[in-house]
Design a binder for this molecule. Structure first.
Ligand code: GLT
Ligand code: MN
Ligand code: MN
Length: 388
């Protein structure tokens, strides 16, 4: 079936750290050998992806010499060219090195905060060199276990200071980056500042270059906090702030699982894909997930193909939803109302306020409106489970 074949225009991307995940977890050593960035670019291209993303140190080891960095970047660029893959997004690893054990931009130690800025500027240079236009900030260590040790208001101010500075840096270099802030409630820290995408949406408006900054919501991260991911993304999209998205899956509120997209939360992710496809999201569809630890390299590529396949299945189901006569006529019935009430906009004028106050709205009548949601939801289930 042609619609299941990923194409460049679908804008599917993966991070080097996702398909390159060797299966390490807090309790166990890697179960797979590392895959080189060049090999990743090649295989992703063969599978139909259009992009690859990376942290500075996914590509260039933290202790590489300048000559080593040059060689790595040269070979990587050659691979991008050979296999027709782009780098839509880049980011900085501000969480692995022990220097960041108590935060990067929010460390109490100004030397660590400066090191985080230095490392990020260098990583922005690297990303710009391969054409990245989106820059993600995931503050994995920006949090605390012991609130006695750090003033949470200071932490927020330092984070703002860093972002204001880095926006200026991007502008002064002419990089044209758009920053995308990625929230997570906890893990690896006991608590992480800005625990949800909603928290970031509020914070962004306090920045000097708010227009340059948006969000990068991740399915599992919001679900760890028990939130409805479709609603989270709708708010970001409606605000014009959905600059990037991390697609994966998760079995409810527990540790961050980064499962294959569409492997667990089928209904919620169907509405997510429907939203992205119908409301004009034009950014990359990035899969921030990894294969089960029990897989070998072949399984990694099965995993990557599965993420894209599930997205395309949802996309096709969204098309069928729009064309399904029973669903559409039920929706028309649900939305039907007395047209005379929707004619005038809800826009404040003194006259309109008075007019609304005077309206004859009978609450007993209103409560009689029939809402056949059981029937509607079951039609969706039938559609998703393939019996219609
Ligand atoms: C890390 C994290 C992800 C972030 C990546 C970007 S790194 O794998 O778990 O959610 O998107 O920094
Ligand atoms: Mn992520
Ligand atoms: Mn995650």
């Amino acid at each position: 079936m042609d619609y299941l074949q990923p194409k460049k225009e679908d804008k599917f991307s993966f991070g080097l750290w996702t398909v390159g995940n060797p299966g390490r977890d807090p309790f166990g050593e890697p179960t797979r050998l590392p895959i080189s960035p060049v090999q990743i670019v090649k295989r992703l291209s063969e599978l139909g992806a259009y992009g690859v993303n990376f942290h500075d140190n996914d590509l260039v080891p933290i202790d590489a010499t300048a000559a080593e960095q040059d060689k790595i970047v040269r070979e990587f660029k050659q691979a991008l060219n050979d296999y027709g893959i782009v780098v839509p997004m880049a980011t900085t690893n501000l969480f692995s090195d022990p220097a960041f054990k108590d935060g990067a931009f929010t460390s109490n130690d100004p030397r660590v905060r400066l090191y985080a800025l230095q490392k990020t500027m260098r990583a922005m240079d690297l990303g710009a060199e391969v054409g990245a236009k989106i820059y993600v900030f995931w503050g994995g260590r920006e949090g605390a276990e012991v609130d006695a040790a750090k003033d949470a208001c200071d932490a927020i101010k330092w984070f703002r200071e860093a972002l204001d500075f880095l926006c200026e840096y991007s502008l002064s270099q002419g990089y044209g980056y758009r920053f995308a802030l990625e929230a997570k409630p906890n893990e690896p820290r006991g608590d992480i500042y800005f625990p949800s995408t909603g928290a970031y949406l509020g914070f962004i408006e306090t920045l000097e270059h708010a227009d340059m900054v948006g969000v990068n919501p991740e399915v599992g991260h919001e679900q760890m906090a028990g939130l409805n991911f479709y609603h989270v993304v709708a708010q970001a999209l409606e605000a014009g702030k959905l600059f990037h998205i991390d697609l994966n899956d998760q079995k409810g509120p527990r540790f961050d699982q980064d499962l294959r997209f569409g492997s667990e939360g089928i209904k919620n992710l169907f509405f997510l894909v429907k939203l992205l496809e119908e409301k004009g999201y034009e950014g990359p569809r990035h899969f921030d997930a990894h294969a089960y630890r029990s897989e070998d390299e072949e399984g990694v590529w099965d995993f990557a193909a599965g993420c894209m396949r599930n997205y395309l299945i949802f996309k096709e189901k969204a098309r069928r939803f729009r064309e399904d006569k029973d669903i559409q006529s039920l929706l028309a019935e649900i939305h039907a109302t007395d047209p005379s009430f929707s004619a005038e906009p809800i826009k404040f004028t003194k006259e309109r306020a008075q007019q609304i106050k005077n309206l004859n709205l009978d609450r007993i009548e209103l409560a009689k409106k029939k809402l056949p949601y059981e029937k509607l939801d079951q039609l969706v289930i039938d559609l998703l489970l393939g019996v219609r």
